[in-house]
Write a protein that binds this ligand. Structure first.
Ligand code: NDP
Length: 316
């Protein structure tokens, strides 16, 4: 058992990323029941929706699960109050200052993990008292670091600089990349895109099918002046690319983005005008399968690759 398995009380150090519109209780409980850690993505949920999702997840699994809260969420106090009241055991925070909520959550016995994209923010998260960090590299889908540091460069740097355990994220979708992450110093992996294309993901079927059709080179980091976000190519992403090439300012980009684009694309299945957030690894995903099958294949593949290896960091 490594530190991540012990920290969360899980069988496999495989964590399903909290993803807006894609990771509700069905996906989170399926991953937790399969021995990983499932995460409810609260960033797209109104407060009453999150409460309902937590209660459904608790009914569907006796195993640990987590909630991801992007710290720029508008009604964050209500989300945090529900998390404490309903005794969610683990919270993953992202997109904001980890000082804001870490101690409050820890004072209620909740384990806290923060997502970072640089050593600098990793050190800040550690100083804020988090139990672990997710080091998420450039390959990841959705919101992304401004520094554009790849997982290959970020994970060893964060692992060397921090004492708390590191979970690698960004570009991980198969057992080879899990082994690579452990070689780079991680003690767990967070996987998003692979779990979008599962039966239990709440993504629209049309988005799931677009994900498995995606090829190498189909995603790009867009809206960098606003908030960098990795998107699949579609007419909306092309409009953004054209606006960026024309030197559009923040106001024009923000107006082009409008409101609710992520919901439209990923939840309502508007593949033309919606935002389709997915990682580079989508080019390697070719089937929509049950989440438990994803976990099982990752674990079996990992154990086949590491068969005969004696280095303790690779054993779990
Ligand atoms: P927009 O401002 O474009 O749209 C807000 C969306 O969130 C709407 O679809 C709305 O649903 C829904 N929503 C849920 N709760 C609330 C609330 N309390 N107030 C207002 N709207 C709410 O935002 P995005 O779609 O780009 O992002 C939504 C959230 O997800 C944000 O909190 C953002 O920080 C987070 N996010 C996190 C990412 C990550 O990688 N961690 C990536 C992208 C976004 P409705 O249409 O039903 O009103």
């Amino acid at each position: 058992m490594n530190r991540i398995q012990q920290l969360f009380g899980i069988q496999h150090p495989i964590i399903q990323a909290g993803m807006i519109w894609c990771s509700g209780w069905e996906l989170a409980s399926a991953v937790s029941n399969a021995g990983g850690l499932g995460i409810i993505g609260a960033g797209s949920m109104y407060p009453e929706v999150l409460r309902d999702q937590i209660q459904k997840c608790q009914a569907a699994t006796n195993r640990p699960f987590a909630v991801n809260v992007p710290l720029l969420y508008p009604s964050i106090e209500e989300h945090m109050a529900s998390i404490v009241e309903l005794k969610v055991p683990i919270v993953f925070t992202s997109a904001g200052n980890p000082k804001a909520w870490t101690q409050h959550l820890k004072s209620h016995g909740i384990k806290v993990v923060h997502v970072v994209s640089s050593v600098k923010f990793g050190l800040k998260a550690q100083a804020a008292g988090v139990d672990a960090v997710v080091a998420e590299g450039f390959e990841a889908g959705g919101h992304n670091g401004r520094e554009e540091t790849t997982t290959m460069c970020l994970v060893p740097a964060v692992s060397e600089a921090l004492d708390v355990p590191v979970i690698a994220a960004g570009g991980i979708g198969g057992s080879r990349s899990i082994l690579a992450a452990f070689a780079l110093g991680a003690e767990g992996v967070q996987i998003g895109s692979r779990f979008v294309a599962t039966h239990e993901s709440s993504a629209h079927q049309a988005f799931k099918e677009r994900v498995i059709a995606a090829k190498e080179g189909d995603t790009a980091l867009r809206l960098k002046p606003l908030t960098p976000v990795r998107l699949l190519d579609n007419p909306f992403a092309q409009q953004v690319a054209a606006a960026e090439a024309n030197g559009s300012d923040l106001e024009a980009l923000s107006e082009l983005l409008g409101r609710g684009r992520a919901k439209r694309g990923m939840f309502e299945g508007d593949l033309e005008e919606g935002e389709l957030e997915i990682g580079q690894v989508s080019g390697q995903i070719d089937a929509i399968v049950p989440a438990a099958q994803v976990v099982e294949e990752l674990v079996q593949g990992y154990h086949a690759l590491t068969h005969g290896m004696t280095e303790p960091r690779f054993r779990w």
